[in-house]
Ligand binder design. Structure first.
Ligand code: PLP
Length: 431
């Protein structure tokens, strides 16, 4: 499939070109030129389909013919080698656990899928490439893990110094090999700005082929559609009016949910659950979209003041505010409220959530005050032990570390501190 730039001032790109470029030359995000809904028989039979079959049907039209069917099946089976369970808390509420992958956050799926697409493109024509990525916490680890040892690909990760959790930092700074971690004196938006500047800097791009592994990259963003299909498969026989409450930062995950809905998945409504970075919550109230500086919170993977993917959601709704608003609600919570949410989930359901999932839970509960005839699924986007101190303090209980976390926690951190764009540039040119 071809993709166009949302700034409409760049030529269309194939899937391969869109993945390799990351961002279009006019700085726009790529968007598919068409979305063909899946046949109704697919949804009628979904309970009998495997995760791999569902994923194949969902993404095939967007990646073919550049990725042939057989190769796509192979990539999907390597990507999805862990579970995506729906945990039912009561008749009206479930958690969709997206943290069973190697770095224990939902970003593993996108990172694994994308790295394997690049590996395939590289196998046809050996060309060295640098994946440049800014992280607010979980992308870094997922991308480092997903791309570790991939031939011909170097990875450079920028993260805001002192603003990611201990576990998140270990996951992205301890692997070595083809992975370089840069500790930026600033907030996430500073990291993201440096990355965007690098993409448009000819003095870099003339020498190094760089691409992005943030959710602006279509190969990172589109596989996130799978989650919504997997949840539907598990729930649709018992529940109607399925609503997803999606803890949102850069709005890539929830935007993938809207893509699943465009493919015909019967989703009743979406909730964007936010922390105090609440530009979208404000927008839905006022119709005034006004990005703000990032506010640091205990749900740090959502500390984004200017969410990149929101423009894709607006494109899906053809920039019709009313249509968007009838499909999307949004609410925002303080750190104090988040801690109350963690505690309540533990007391009421004996469920240990992470701070992001807890915000999803709070938003679902608030939505159901006015929409009681729904089944809300909040996305549990990371494992609670990625935020160990916060979670243990909130629920007043010790939590055991899973093996994936134990494996990195005592490894030695290796990173380079930078504070200016010039420093990034010299590293990219030397790398
Ligand atoms: C990245 C992340 C989010 C936000 O996802 P977006 O696609 O950026 O909206 C939420 N929770 C966790 C744990 C994350 O890592």
């Amino acid at each position: 499939m071809n993709f166009y730039s949302l700034n409409k001032k760049a030529p269309q790109a194939t899937f391969e070109e869109a993945v390799v470029k990351g961002l279009a030359p006019d700085k726009g995000l790529y968007f598919p030129i068409s979305i063909e809904p899946l046949p109704s028989s697919f949804f009628e039979n979904i309970k009998d389909l495997s995760y791999n079959d569902i994923a194949f049907e969902a993404i095939c039209q967007f990646v073919s013919p550049e990725i042939p069917d057989n190769e796509l099946k192979h990539i999907i089976s390597e990507t999805l080698n862990f579970d995506f369970p729906v945990v039912k808390l009561d008749e009206k509420l479930s958690s969709l656990e997206l943290f069973h992958g190697p770095t224990m956050a939902f970003k593993d799926v996108g990172a694994r899928f994308m790295s394997r697409c690049l590996r395939f493109f590289n196998s046809k024509e050996q060309k060295d490439m640098t994946v440049l990525v800014a992280t607010s916490g979980d992308t870094g680890g997922a991308v480092a893990n997903g791309f570790l040892g991939v031939k011909g690909v170097k990875v450079v990760i920028l993260y805001p110094k002192g603003k990611v959790s201990k576990v998140q930092e270990k996951q992205l700074t301890t692997l070595g090999q083809n992975i370089t971690a840069l500790e930026v004196d600033g907030v996430f938006d500073d990291c993201q700005d440096m990355v965007k500047t690098a993409f448009l800097d000819q003095s870099i791009t003339d020498h190094v082929q760089i691409t992005s592994a943030n959710s602006i990259n279509v190969a990172r963003w589109l596989p996130q559609m799978f989650y919504f299909f997997f949840a539907y498969k598990q729930l649709h026989q018992q529940h109607k009016n399925i609503v997803f409450s999606v803890p949102s930062g850069n709005f890539g995950n929830i935007c993938a949910g809207f893509m699943a809905q465009q493919l015909g998945l019967p989703i009743y409504h979406f909730i964007a659950a936010n922390n105090e970075n609440q530009v979208v919550t404000e927008y839905l109230k006022t119709e005034n979209y006004s990005p703000k500086p990032t506010v640091q919170t205990i749900s740090n993977a959502m500390d984004v003041g200017n969410p990149s993917n929101f423009i894709r959601i607006q494109e899906i709704f053809k920039n019709e505010f009313k249509d968007l608003k009838s499909n999307l609600s949004s609410s925002s919570y303080t750190d104090e409220e988040t801690r109350v949410g963690l505690k309540e989930l533990y007391k009421k359901y004996n469920y240990i959530a992470d701070p992001h999932g807890a915000i999803g839970y709070l938003a679902a509960k608030d939505y159901q005050k006015t929409h009681p005839d729904t089944h809300c699924v909040f996305l549990e986007t990371a494992h609670p032990t990625k935020f160990l101190d916060t979670v243990e303090a909130a629920i007043q209980t010790k939590v055991d570390l899973p093996p994936q976390i134990k494996a990195v926690i005592d490894q030695e951190k290796k990173s380079i501190e930078i504070s200016t764009y010039e420093e990034l540039k010299s590293i990219l040119l030397k790398n």
